[in-house]
Design a protein around this ligand. Structure first.
Ligand code: C2E
Ligand code: MG
Ligand code: MG
Length: 308
């Protein structure tokens, strides 16, 4: 469970083992929510957490009953202004709660051991969408977020290889995004897996770059293709000189390493202009487009392709 100490005490927080375990779970969610390393069970946090715990039971059904859906967000090449790719963002179409966002179930899927099957569903659906778009004449790339736990999965490269062959897609059209913070935990193991994935020809991107506090020297040893600057820096760009410095140096680093630099979270025209002038390669954010379901992609692409 990492360094997080989530505690429940006998007899205040439960009389039976299962009650105590449940209270400890509630404390753990609270610790994660508040980004603290130690958290003692408190009944105030219970309502919210009870809600989450009931979701865990539904997650298996979500996979079995095909309740996961993908939305897609366009990425744009800064130089040409053209839409070049998509990022797949998973949502859970819950039978009673409606659309549940990934921050509310991915950590849970990781904790209860369901992230690996979930990742596979996402990969399959994402590649299916690429094939579907190819048939409509729109040849784009696809980025898929994978969990640091997927990097422990020795069978993932083989699965991806089979999937690419099945859909007859060139591996470089798929980018796997791993968050910087997760890479810091076990850099050696991450490196081995990343090397295996890259041998297939798929691209590797470091997502949420700049917030992970990972050792720069360790990070630079990893064979990667892309750095994706975390959106918090992009949000702060106009008013915070430090954010500008982080972005400027990430772009320089990208140049030195010969990797693509993506800026996510671009919401305004002025940020778009600024990031282009700073030299970022690829733009992503609400300014260009919000994440869209498959049908909306078609409408958007139809409009785009009729523009001069
Ligand atoms: P991420 O990979 O960094 O994805 C970007 C998130 O920022 C998405 O949120 C996206 O909707 C949002 N976003 C994009 N542009 C803007 C903008 O201009 N402004 C603002 N405020 N937000 C913007 P979402 O879809 O809620 O995903 C959250 C995180 O969940 C993702 O962050 C990613 O880490 C994770 N995630 C999403 N899909 C998957 C998946 O299939 N597997 C795994 N393991 N994680 C996933
Ligand atoms: Mg991402
Ligand atoms: Mg990100």
């Amino acid at each position: 469970m990492g360094e997080v100490d989530h505690s429940a005490l006998y007899p205040e927080h439960g009389l039976t083992q299962s009650e105590l375990m449940r209270s400890a779970d509630v404390a753990m969610y609270e610790a994660k929510r508040t980004h603290s390393t130690i958290c003692l069970y408190h009944s105030d946090s219970d309502d919210n957490s009870r809600d989450r715990l009931s979701l865990i039971g539904d997650l298996r059904a979500a996979l079995d009953e095909d309740q996961l859906v993908l939305h897609f967000q366009f990425t744009q090449d800064f130089r040409s202004g053209r839409i070049q790719g998509l990022e797949a963002l998973v949502r859970w179409n819950h039978p009673t709660r409606g659309l549940v966002f990934p921050d509310d179930f991915i950590p849970m899927a990781e904790r209860v051991g369901l992230i690996m099957p979930l990742t596979r569903v996402v990969l399959r659906k994402a590649l299916e969408e690429l094939v579907r778009l190819d048939a409509t004449g729109h040849r784009l790339t696809m980025s898929v977020n994978i969990s640091h736990l997927d990097l422990l999965d020795e069978t993932l490269p083989g699965y991806i290889e089979t999937l690419l062959a099945h859909y007859d897609l060139q591996p470089q059209r798929l980018t796997l995004e791993v968050t910087e913070s997760s890479l810091g935990e076990e850099p050696e193991r991450a490196r081995t897996r990343i090397e295996a994935l890259r041998r297939l020809g798929v691209r590797i991107s470091i997502d949420d770059f700049g917030v992970g506090y990972s050792s720069m020297s360790k990070l630079l040893e990893l064979p990667i293709d892309e750095l994706k600057i975390d959106k918090t820096f992009v949000f702060a760009l106009e008013n915070d000189v430090r954010a500008r410095a982080v972005i400027g140096s990430t772009i320089e680093l990208g140049r030195a390493l010969n990797v693509t630099v993506v800026a996510e979270g671009i919401e305004t025209f002025s940020n778009h202009q600024l990031l282009r002038s700073l030299g970022a390669d690829v733009a992503q954010g609400y300014y260009i487009a919000r994440p869209k379901c498959s049908e909306e992609l078609d409408e958007y692409l139809a409009v785009m392709s009729t523009r001069p």
